[in-house]
Design a protein around this ligand. Structure first.
Ligand SMILES: [Zn+2]
Ligand SMILES: [Zn+2]
Length: 281
């Protein structure tokens, strides 16, 4: 395909490898991105920069959040291609390690780069979209923003609506990451964080449980937890009954049945433990 006669074509004046060399990056381990050392050295904390070529047609201006986004699909045309898999692995690594992270524009038809069209990668998001890793980009001062970037909010970031299970998984993964990060890093993020959370409409599957099963189990429990054998910790304000929670031993989501035999009445502590504690024999 002949290169298009786009007014912006002249900015793509640097060959691929030469563009990476500007940032001291050698493409040892993947074709479209790398560190200023090998992946093995980066794993030991030896990298000071990660750079990636951003195909210009893929850089999107996210109108909803006023940020630049770029997706790196996990699979391409239905297959996991080796080069793509390598790049994904480098992105996972870059995400974990503190270093400068940048991306610069590349034109696919011209096969040349525009390294002065530079972005700082501020986020590498692997939870929002199962199909891709999304980069959030901050333009560097050198970046000419008159470039005709495509404008659209990627579906993955239209998070005003999502599945409850996905939201829970994302929050759990992000909490684990926060726990693993350095205390000072977390505190500097906290200092800059939005104080009012965004509202999200979620879609979730719930079971229309049989009230007779719940009532019968509570009746049989007679105010005593089936886990620890202690008395219910408090009395319900609404009806004066001892407070216990009816748990399905084999979860309904795993095709457990909604009958008394598959239930146990638990105090709130035991109930949480059954869900989040060590596996039960
Ligand atoms: Zn208990
Ligand atoms: Zn439960």
């Amino acid at each position: 395909m002949p290169p298009s006669a786009n007014a912006h074509d002249k900015i793509f004046d640097t060959p691929h490898r030469a563009a990476f060399e500007i940032f001291g990056v050698k493409l040892h381990d993947a074709r479209w991105g790398g560190f200023d050392c090998s992946k093995a050295e980066a794993e030991k904390g030896g990298a000071s920069i990660f750079a990636i070529a951003l195909f210009e047609h893929g850089v999107l201006w996210d109108e909803l959040h006023k940020k630049f986004r770029y997706s790196v699909p996990r699979v391409w045309e239905g297959r996991v291609e080796a080069n793509r898999a390598k790049l994904i692995n480098l992105l996972y690594l870059a995400k974990r390690l503190p270093m400068r992270k940048v991306g610069f524009l590349k034109s696919e038809p011209l096969r040349q780069c525009a390294p002065e069209h530079l972005f700082t990668i501020t986020d590498i998001d692997e939870e929002t979209d199962p199909g891709a890793i999304w980069l959030t980009l901050d333009p560097e001062p050198s970046n000419d923003l008159s470039y005709p970037y495509r404008q659209a909010t990627p579906r993955a970031f239209q998070l005003d609506y999502c599945e409850l299970s996905r939201l829970r998984m994302k929050q759990e993964a992000e909490t684990q990451r926060s726990l693993a990060s350095a205390v000072e890093e977390r505190r500097s993020r906290l200092a800059q964080a939005e104080k009012v959370p965004r509202k999200i409409v979620v879609q979730s599957v719930q079971y229309d449980r049989n009230p007779d099963v719940i009532a019968e189990r509570l009746y049989l429990a007679n105010g005593v937890c089936g886990g620890c054998g202690a008395k219910a910790p408090f009395i319900r304000r609404s009806n004066g009954d001892p407070y216990l929670e009816v748990h399905h031993v084999l979860p309904l989501s795993e095709n457990g049945t909604d009958e008394v035999e598959n239930t146990i009445a638990l105090c709130p502590n035991c109930h949480r433990e059954w869900h989040y504690g060590p596996p039960r024999a």
